[in-house]
Write a protein that binds this ligand. Structure first.
Ligand code: FMN
Length: 474
């Protein structure tokens, strides 16, 4: 397969690039990418909402392990959906030896998302994961591969061990992944393990090994991933600090400008000559969503571009319609703004947030939110004094974080992205029937440029409109 996309619709978690968006892009011959982040939680909540439209059931029907599919369906499906004010079921927090039920949920949820994105066309579909959300990786990848995922894209960390995992899982062989544990000592068992044989209900032929694209913010990181990878890297996505979502921090000591945003300097410029020298196809990301920027990327030797923000706000996106329209109204009025918040994310990576004049600031919203950590994807694994593996999150109650050995100053300004990202896609947790988890919306610096997609009336444009605009002749 020598085909290469010139436009990759970037993976956008959680659930922003869902199966509908990825299918809309792939069916038009470019690469649609579903987000694999927190799919277990998303899938379970869709079932608790009664599976409106029946897509989850359709995706489960071809799942090759029917007893597992049945267990998941029974555990979460609520005919007609839960009462509006009722809370979603709590899932066990991810842990090194993840309960089997959670691994099954990851496997099934990743299968269904990819399967649905592949319906109705013959083009490849990709899946995106954040390397730092490590615990679900192995069952998630296996589920996505069972559904025939064509590409795996991974950033937010250094994914050198993923190629080997893909090779093993394609042969239904056991795979392992090192969990990063702060303070781990020689002799500690920090290895995540997954054996497909423990989950398979039947024999299956070998699976196609998806292509692996690593996302890197610099030529140094790109070169290091290619050199140290334990298997084939098929390409690179070079993403700059204007992109939506999480960004790599500036190199060197963190400096903030007067608005409190990280300052990126000359050392953060990517040397594309060095990227070209690696001899792999590459795509450029971070405000590349215009035909001019696509041509610039081609002129620099790139195979194309990865684009997020214009797709995040199109009609097929998983973002809650009301939030999407509110932001696009802000765009039309020239009033929406994007800031790079170096404190919001518990991961310590800078995170882009959309701001509106006139609404409560994020700081005010989060000052009123009791700190609760009940999803746990972004927690840091650490070695406890007893030599066990514990988990802490800088956005959990400060006293709890400090009791686990975290530093108090690390908790300042942190926001629960796990709950916020699910709220963004209309799957917010309800607390005691009274409080709804708040949203925290992210977009790239190119947000205001979306005005060019807006129709004369309303705020709906499609993924096809974005592709059409990008591929318009000069
Ligand atoms: C809403 C949103 C969520 C994102 N989530 C992720 C993610 O989960 N994983 C990831 O690798 N990149 C993520 N990104 C980055 C995109 O995949 C893409 O690289 C980026 O948006 C490109 O820059 P642009 O926003 O200027 O188009 C996200 C971007 C947006 C706008």
């Amino acid at each position: 397969m020598n085909w290469q996309p010139c436009i990759i619709q970037g993976g956008m978690g959680a659930g922003v690039s869902d199966w509908r968006l990825a299918r809309a892009v792939s069916s038009r011959g470019q690469l649609g990418v579903v987000s694999g982040t927190a799919l277990d939680q998303i899938f379970a909540r869709r079932l608790q909402d009664g599976d409106p439209g029946g897509a989850m059931r359709r995706g489960l029907e071809p799942f090759p392990f029917p007893a597992m599919a049945e267990r998941i369906w029974r555990a979460y499906y609520i005919p007609g959906g839960k009462a509006r004010d009722a809370a979603y079921q709590s899932l066990p927090l991810p842990a090194k030896d993840n309960p089997r039920a959670l691994q099954e949920l990851c496997l099934v949820a990743n299968f269904v998302e990819v399967f649905l994105a592949r319906q109705g066309h013959a083009h490849p579909v990709g899946i995106n994961y954040l390397e730092i959300v490590q615990i679900p990786h192995l069952p998630s990848l296996y589920g996505a591969m069972l559904a025939g995922v064509g590409y795996v894209l991974m950033g937010a960390g250094i994914p050198t061990r993923i190629p080997g995992v893909l090779d093993a899982l394609a042969q239904h062989q056991p795979a392992s992944y090192e969990l990063k544990v702060t303070g781990a000592q020689g002799g500690d068992d920090t290895t995540l393990r997954f054996d497909p044989a423990d989950f398979r209900e039947c024999d299956l032929p070998p699976l196609a090994r998806p292509r692996f694209l690593a996302i890197a913010s610099s030529h140094v990181l790109a070169a290091s991933i290619v050199k140290r990878a334990n298997g084939r890297v098929d390409g690179l996505i070079v993403e700059g600090p204007t992109a939506g979502g999480h960004n790599a921090p500036p190199r060197g000591a963190l400096q903030l400008d007067r608005a409190g945003e990280p300052v990126y300097g000359d050392r953060d410029q990517v040397d594309l000559e060095q990227v070209r020298a690696l001899g792999l196809p590459f795509w450029l990301a971070g405000e590349y969503g215009t035909p001019e920027r696509l041509r610039q990327a081609w002129a620099a030797g790139a195979a194309g571009v990865q684009v997020g923000t214009p797709f995040a706000f199109c009609s097929e996106s998983g973002l809650a319609r009301q939030a999407r329209h509110a932001i696009l109204a802000g765009v039309a009025a020239g009033a929406a703004r994007v800031a790079t918040d170096s404190r919001a994310s518990p991961t310590h990576f800078p995170f882009k947030v959309v701001q509106f004049p006139g609404s409560l600031s994020d700081a005010e919203v989060y000052a009123a939110r009791p700190r609760i950590c009940d999803l746990g994807y972004l927690r840091e694994a650490y070695r406890t004094p007893e030599g066990e593996i514990g988990f802490r999150c800088a956005a959990e109650p400060a006293s709890t974080y400090v009791a686990k050995g975290g530093k108090l100053e690390d908790t300042v300004g942190r926001k629960c992205l796990c709950n916020a990202l699910l709220a963004n896609i209309a799957l917010p947790q309800r607390r005691n029937g009274q409080r709804t988890e708040p949203r925290l919306l992210t977009a790239g610096n190119g947000l205001l440029d979306l005005a060019r997609f807006l129709p004369a009336h309303g705020y709906d444009y499609s993924a096809a409109d974005v592709l059409h605009a990008l591929l318009a002749p000069a």
